[in-house]
Design a protein around this ligand. Structure first.
Ligand SMILES: Nc1ncnc2c1ncn2[C@@H]1O[C@H](COP(=O)(O)OP(=O)(O)OP(=O)(O)O)[C@@H](O)[C@H]1O
Ligand SMILES: [Mg+2]
Length: 510
């Protein structure tokens, strides 16, 4: 397959010269020549399957290195080469630092050009296979879990929960596809700083023949893990998207991903009603206020009446929860008809605001918020499906997590055996020493006993020296030492002692 290359070069003469050289190379197709950084970003987003982009150092208005950084963040599988007047070590280091795959002079020999572009294209193909593993896997027959999230009304945190669930599950080694079915007002690209021309509309247009290539092309592979299927950039295009198309798209995605998360927004449309009907789990987000909770009741009852889904089969998730709120979960539970989830999403205005403004969900580091997202995932049944599709590593991880407690118990048992062994060893040293001391000193007078004890204790180390847990006696010609056995830590003792004894050999000849 020919390598598809876009040139980003402001100077027309340089562009024409390089373009001419490319014409002489077999297996390379120039699919765009752009003169500014903005046009280049747009073209890379719009043209299907670009392998390599050449960025000239003089391109503007965005400086070339910033532009390269921007391109590789948006398209991790893209190989970018910097075209520079001179290929010095400094320029090379700076280009690589921005994420470029190489540097080439603006007047390269044909073979230089060919080898540099070939290497870059090869890298890009490998990355594409890696990144789109989820999108390219053939339909496996097993359906992934489908979660549909709806808002009880606008602004209740549906998109926030959808995104954070998707990112969290992707980092738990599940293959995740996040679908923006809030067709008119979908705003996932803003929250995730993504620009991608393809959307649900492209798949809806091809819904009758959704093969892997078509699906892979429409999806955006986000560096944070989840693959994204965005809502149409123009709200009016959403009218073309029928319930039937939604059914076909979601089914196609479920055959390819462990988990499909749909942000269905808060408007009741034909398309999101289908997502509600098909889902394994439906979650309605509601803020703790009367309008939102009434909204939750209204929408769940509407679905029941329309026989889309029974109220009992929907869960309501309280978002922006704070203990200082007037409405607490118990009251909310009474106000909605559908079951309320045990997990709630805590109010976290500052971090979420920052994350939303910069398009980076990773900025939300708050432990409570992350834990809450984990609990929502568990309660919504999203952790039930094993992470099989990524191959053995995911499954092995899950299995490993499963046997982790067992490993813990075995390690503790071994440790405990070591503690008991040490106790018995010290006890034996002490009783031998005591027997020797008794033989030399006798054991009748208190000072003799104290001396014997002191000598015996001197043979013991560490926490085992603790006299409260150590008893010495001399009975029938034997010195007996009992040390209380520790559990887990040397200082933690059971009332059960380990006793050893040693015969007192009478050395005085009496
Ligand atoms: N738990 C939370 N704590 C504080 N602020 C939150 C929380 N969840 C969401 N927000 C904020 O509320 C606003 C709306 O959130 P979001 O876009 O996720 O809601 P939505 O239900 O998807 O809204 P829309 O109806 O516009 O689709 C955003 O500014 C978001 O940062
Ligand atoms: Mg939203």
């Amino acid at each position: 397959m020919a390598q598809r290359v876009i040139l980003g070069i402001g100077d027309r003469t340089v562009a024409a010269a390089l373009g001419g050289q490319f014409h002489e190379l077999p297996d390379v197709e120039i699919v765009g020549v752009e003169g500014t950084s903005g046009e280049l970003i747009g073209a890379v987003g719009a043209v299907p399957r670009v392998d390599v982009v050449l960025v000239h150092e003089d391109i503007g208005p965005l400086p070339a290195l910033d532009l390269i950084r921007e391109l590789v963040v948006r398209h991790p599988q893209l190989a970018v080469i910097l075209v520079a007047g001179e290929a010095t070590a400094e320029i090379f280091a700076a280009a690589m630092g921005s994420g470029a795959r190489g540097v080439i002079t603006d007047d390269p020999t044909l073979s230089e050009l060919q080898s540099r572009v070939e290497q870059a294209a090869e890298w890009s193909a490998t990355m594409r296979r890696h990144f789109q593993g989820g999108a390219d896997v053939p339909a496996s027959g097993r359906l992934g879990t489908l979660l549909t999230l709806c808002g009880a009304k606008g602004g209740t945190g549906t998109t926030t929960v959808a995104i954070h669930l998707a990112v969290a599950l992707a980092s738990a080694d599940r293959t995740v596809c996040l679908v923006d079915l809030d067709l008119q007002t979908g705003d996932i690209p803003g929250y995730l700083d993504v620009q991608h021309r393809h959307s649900v509309a492209d798949l809806a247009a091809a819904a009758d023949g959704l093969d892997s290539a078509v699906v892979a092309e429409a999806l955006f592979v986000h560096p944070a893990g989840p693959h994204l299927l965005l809502s149409p950039p123009h709200g009016e295009d959403s009218e073309e998207i029928s319930a039937r198309a939604v059914r076909q798209i979601l089914t196609a995605l479920r055959t390819r991903y462990d988990i499909v998360i749909v942000d269905a927004g808060s408007q009741a449309t034909e398309a999101n009603a289908m997502a509600v009907e098909l889902a394994d789990t439906v979650v309605v987000t509601a803020t703790p206020d009367v309008p939102a909770l009434r909204g939750a009741k209204r929408i769940t009852q509407l679905w029941t009446r329309l026989q889309i889904r029974r109220e009992q089969d929907v869960q309501v998730l309280l978002t922006r929860h704070d203990r200082r709120n007037e409405i607490q979960p118990d009251l909310a539970r009474k106000m909605v008809g559908a079951p309320l989830m045990k997990a709630t999403v805590p109010a976290n205005f500052r971090a979420l605001e920052e994350a939303a403004n910069t398009g980076s969900p990773a900025l939300v580091k708050n432990g409570d918020f992350r834990k809450a997202i984990g609990k929502v995932a568990a309660e919504a049944g999203l952790l039930d499906a094993p992470a099989e599709r990524r191959g053995d590593s995911g499954a092995a991880l899950v299995e490993f997590a499963g046997i982790l407690p067992l490993i813990g118990i075995v390690v503790l048992l071994i440790w405990q055996t070591v503690l008991v062994g040490l106790t018995s060893m010290y006890s034996s040293h002490a009783s031998n020493e005591a027997a020797r001391a008794v033989a030399v000193l006798g054991y009748d007078r208190p000072d003799e006993r104290a001396e014997v004890r002191e000598r015996a204790v001197a043979r013991i180390a560490g926490a085992w020296k603790d006299e409260r847990h150590l008893r010495i006696s001399v009975v029938d010609g034997y010195a007996r030492v009992t040390i209380d056995s520790p559990v887990v830590l040397p200082g933690w003792r059971t009332p059960f002692g380990i006793t050893t004894s040693a015969r007192v050999v009478d050395e005085t000849g009496e």
